[in-house]
Design a binder for this molecule. Sequence first.
Ligand SMILES: Cc1cc2nc3c(=O)[nH]c(=O)nc-3n(C[C@H](O)[C@H](O)[C@H](O)COP(=O)(O)O)c2cc1C
Length: 182
Amino acid sequence: MNLLLINGGARKISRTRGLTQAFEAALKAKGISTRYFDLGVEILPIFTGSEKDRELPAVQKLINLAQQADGFVICTPEYHNGMSGALKNALDFLGGAQFRGKPAIIGAASGGGKGGINALNNLRIVLRGVYANVLADQIVADPEHFDEYTELVDLGAKARVEQMSDELIRMVKLQLLINQGN
Ligand SMILES: Cc1cc2nc3c(=O)[nH]c(=O)nc-3n(C[C@H](O)[C@H](O)[C@H](O)COP(=O)(O)O)c2cc1C
């Protein structure tokens, strides 16, 4: 089983990265092979539909990692009631060829005060557009769930990360069994 984590937060110091890394640590501790794509590190061009853009190393890397993945963890900041522009742009380079039938879990870093849910709903709709199987459980991480180094430290949030990681592993195993039967 090979899972791809995508950090949709492009800021250099990013709580979304802290949330994505919490998932990465939880999955690694369970012996799962993970790959990581960070939109704050891999700078993608704006999607124009040009075939030339697809040949750029960062775009190739994203497409290949997504193609090889059996499942996904995708995290986004909530910006103006939606996912980050960086993440939406990245998803525009991908589609059913990379996502169809694959389980995914989603998380958002919010500004608190009941934020985050709009970004998750927005992300869920877009992932439906690429035919990913987005699981029902999701997480919103508020600023107080992180320490000053953007590490996720809140025990309740960490427990949710654990539980969502277990569920993702279970659903990917199930999907792989189904795929074997075909
Ligand atoms: C441009 C911008 C818009 C934001 N809009 C929202 C919002 O609509 N709802 C919310 O809960 N937080 C909002 N925030 C706060 C961020 O969601 C919060 O700071 C989050 O931790 C950012 O994640 P990051 O550190 O990965 O960028 C906004 C922040 C920025 C910079």
